[in-house]
Design a protein around this ligand. Structure first.
Ligand SMILES: Cc1cc2nc3c(=O)[nH]c(=O)nc-3n(C[C@H](O)[C@H](O)[C@H](O)COP(=O)(O)OP(=O)(O)OC[C@H]3O[C@@H](n4cnc5c(N)ncnc54)[C@H](O)[C@@H]3O)c2cc1C
Length: 544
C-alpha cells in the first residue's frame, strides 16, 4: 500500500515526537514512524535529568545556555513530566579548587541560574552526602520523565492532524538523483511492508541516524557513545547531586520516581544497539559515586542499564569551530545538536537530519528542524511549541512523588487492586493502558505505567499483569491454549528484559531477589529459566 504525506519523521524519541508536534501545529501533514515503542531508544534509556545547564558552563557555554532556556520552557509547557527536585553542585574532597572557584562566574556568563550556599545547608537536606564537602552551589536541575513527555507530544501532534505508526521501521529509501521518490516501511509485528511518498524526510533517528542516512546513500558520521547507569532501590538524595568538577564518569545522582540513578560512563561503540553493561563499568561508577555518597556500596543496587548517545562527528570542513567537534574522544565531541540539510552537504534535496543534543533541548532541536523544513517547502508559520502547554498539563503543577499513593488512598486504598506494589500500578490503570494501546508488550506497559520498575523488578507483578492479558483475551473468545500461550510468552519476554539489567549487578540482596524470581517463574510456573539468572555467581571482588 502506498500513502502520501508532507513530512515523514523517522524516529519516535523525544526529538522525533517534538518535530511531529511542531510540524502539525504549523499546518504540515506529518507521519512519524518508530521501529519500536516510542521512547524505546536513547530517550527511554537516559539519565532522567532536566539540565539546568550548569554541567556545560565551562566546556560548552552555548549548550549550557540552551539547556537553561529550555529548562524554563519545559517547566511551563510540561510541568507534570517534571519533578522539581532542584539540584546541587558540590565540591567533594580532592575536586579541583580552581573549577569551583570559577563555577558561579561561568554560570552567570552562560545565563545559568546558580547560587552558592553554605555546605551545612546541603548536608542538612542530604545527609547521605560526604560530610567533608568543600563548597555547594544550588541550581535549577530537576528530574524529567521521558515517556510521558513523548506521548504528550505525540498526542498533541495527532490532535493537530498528524499520524503515528509504532513498531514500523524504515527499511529502504528510493532515490533518483537529488530527489527521494519513496520510502519503504516494514511493520515489525506483522512483517508486512508498504510505501510512503513524502515531500520531505526528517531523520530524528538519534544514534541510528547514520544508518538511516545510509539507506538514502548519504554518509553521516555518528559515533555512538554508550553510557552506563546504576539504579539504586531508594532515593539517596532529594535533589539532583552533581560533582563540581570537569564533567566525568559517575559524578551525577538523579532521584527518579522511587529510585536513584548514578551515572554515567562514556564508551565509544560501533553498534548503536550495543547496550551491554560491563562489570568493570559498574565498579568504576561505584568508585566515583562513593566520593559523593561514602556508604554507596551498602545500598541496594537494583539494576544497571545503558543508553547510546547520538554524538555527531562533522566532516572537517563542516566544523564551524563552535564546539570541540574535531576530536573523536567521547566527552570531547560536541554535545550540542546540529540540523543538517543534506541538499547542500550531500546533494539530496528532500532529506534533513537532526543529530546530537540532549533530551532537555528536544523542543529547541525540533523548532530549528521545522524552521528548515518550512524554508525548504517554501512555506512559513510561527512556532508555537514554547507557548502552548502539552495536553494534560496544569500550570505549575509538577509531578509529586506521593501522587499515586494519595490517589490510591482517596479511591479507598487496599491491596486487591494493585498489580505492581512497588510502583503502585492498579488494575484500572493497567486496563486503561491496554484499552488505549493493545496490542502491546508488558515492556510497553512498563514505559507507560512504570510496572516492574521498583525493587522486585517484575518478580511479583509479571504474573499478575500476564494474567490480566490472559483474562482480556479469554473474554474476547480466544482458545484456552492461545490464552495460556499469550500469558507465558508475555511473562517470559518481560522477565528476560527486567533480568537483563541484573547481569552486571547480581550480588548480595539483589541476587537473592533474582533467585526468588527465578524460583517463582522457573521452579513453580515452569517457564524456561532466564539466561540472565546465573545460579553460580562468582563474588565480584571488583564491585562487591
Ligand atoms: C547514558 C545517557 C545519559 C543521558 N542523560 C541525559 C540527561 O540526563 N538529560 C538530557 O537532557 N539528556 C541526556 N542524554 C541525551 C539524551 O538522552 C538524548 O540526546 C536524547 O534522548 C536523544 O533523543 P532522540 O529522539 O534524538 O533519539 P532516540 O530517543 O534514540 O530516538 C531515535 C529513535 O529512532 C528509532 N529508529 C532508529 N532507526 C529507525 C528506523 N530505521 N525506522 C524507524 N525508527 C528508527 C529508534 O528506535 C529510536 O527510538 C543522555 C544520553 C545517554 C546515552
Amino acid at each position: 500500500m502506498t500513502s502520501t504525506t508532507d513530512v515523514l519523521v523517522i524516529g519516535g524519541g523525544a526529538t522525533g515526537a517534538g518535530v511531529l508536534r511542531d510540524l502539525a501545529r504549523r499546518g504540515l501533514r506529518g507521519l512519524l514512524v518508530e521501529r519500536g515503542d516510542p521512547g524505546s531508544g536513547t530517550s527511554g534509556r537516559y539519565h532522567g535529568l532536566l539540565h539546568s545547564g550548569a554541567r556545560y558552563v565551562v566546556s560548552d557555554p552555548l549548550a549550557a545556555r540552551e539547556c537553561a532556556v529550555e529548562n524554563e520552557i519545559l517547566r511551563r509547557i510540561a510541568p507534570r513530566t517534571i519533578e522539581d527536585t532542584r539540584g546541587w553542585y558540590v565540591q567533594a574532597p580532592g575536586d579541583p579548587d580552581a573549577y569551583a572557584a570559577g563555577f558561579a562566574a561561568a554560570c552567570a556568563a552562560a545565563g545559568v541560574p546558580c547560587e552558592e550556599r553554605p555546605v551545612g545547608e546541603v548536608l542538612a537536606h542530604e545527609p547521605a552526602l560526604d560530610p567533608d564537602l568543600q563548597r555547594a552551589f544550588a541550581v535549577r536541575d530537576a528530574a524529567l520523565e521521558p515517556w510521558e513527555l513523548i506521548e504528550a507530544n505525540l498526542a498533541d501532534a495527532i490532535a493537530h492532524g498528524a499520524e503515528v505508526r509504532r513498531y514500523t521501521s524504515v527499511v529502504a529509501v528510493e532515490r533518483a538523483g537529488r530527489r527521494i521518490l519513496s520510502v519503504t516501511l516494514a511493520d515489525e509485528r506483522s512483517g508486512s511492508t508498504g510505501r510512503v511518498v513524502p515531500r520531505l524526510v526528517v531523520s530524528a533517528a538519534g544514534a541510528w541516524a547514520g544508518r538511516v542516512a545510509a539507506l538514502a546513500g548519504v554518509r553521516l558520521q555518528i559515533l555512538p557513545g554508550r553510557g552506563t547507569m546504576l539504579v539504586f532501590a531508594e532515593r539517596l538524595s532529594d535533589a539532583v547531586i552533581n560533582r563540581c568538577h570537569p564533567p566525568g564518569d559517575g559524578d551525577l545522582m538523579v532521584p527518579v520516581h522511587t529510585v536513584s540513578i548514578l551515572g554515567t560512563t562514556d564508551v565509544q561503540v560501533s553498534d548503536p544497539d550495543d547496550t551491554t553493561v560491563e562489570r568493570a563499568e559498574v565498579a568504576a561508577l561505584l568508585d566515583e559515586g562513593e566520593r559523593l555518597f561514602p556508604a554507596l556500596r551498602e545500598r541496594r543496587l537494583l539494576r544497571a542499564y545503558a543508553g547510546v548517545r547520538p554524538l555527531y562527528e562533522p566532516p572537517a570542513e563542516d566544523d564551524d569551530g563552535a564546539g570541540d567537534g574535531a576530536s573523536p574522544g567521547g566527552r570531547m565531541i560536541r554535545r550540542s545538536h546540529v540540523v543538517i540539510d543534506h541538499a547542500a552537504r550531500d546533494g539530496v534535496d528532500d532529506l534533513v537530519s537532526i543529530v546530537g543534543g540532549k533530551l532537555t533541548t528536544y523542543r529547541l532541536m525540533a523548532e530549528q528542524t521545522v524552521d528548515l523544513v518550512m524554508r525548504k517547502l517554501g512555506t512559513s508559520a510561527r512556532c508555537t511549541t514554547a507557548d502552548e502547554a502539552l495536553p494534560g498539563q496544569e500550570p505549575a503543577r509538577h509531578h509529586w512523588l506521593g501522587a499515586r499513593l494519595a490517589a490510591h488512598e482517596a479511591a479507598g486504598g487496599g491491596d486487591a487492586d494493585l498489580i505492581c506494589e512497588c510502583e503502585l500500578v492498579t488494575r484500572p490503570e493497567l486496563d486503561a493502558f491496554l484499552d488505549a494501546r493493545w496490542p502491546c508488550s508488558l515492556d510497553d506497559v512498563r514505559r507507560g505505567t512504570r510496572l516492574g520498575m521498583g525493587p522486585c523488578q517484575g518478580g511479583f507483578c509479571t504474573f499478575r499483569a500476564a494474567g490480566v492479558l490472559a483474562d482480556r483475551e479469554a473474554r474476547r473468545g480466544a482458545s484456552p491454549e492461545a490464552v495460556a500461550g499469550l500469558a507465558a510468552t508475555a511473562a517470559e519476554a518481560f522477565l528476560e528484559e527486567r533480568l537483563k539489567g541484573l547481569r552486571a549487578v547480581a550480588w548480595g540482596r539483589q541476587l537473592q531477589e533474582a533467585l526468588l524470581t527465578d524460583g517463582l517463574y522457573h521452579g513453580v510456573l515452569g517457564l524456561p529459566r532466564s539466561p540472565a539468572v546465573d545460579t553460580s555467581p562468582e563474588t565480584p571482588d571488583a564491585v562487591g
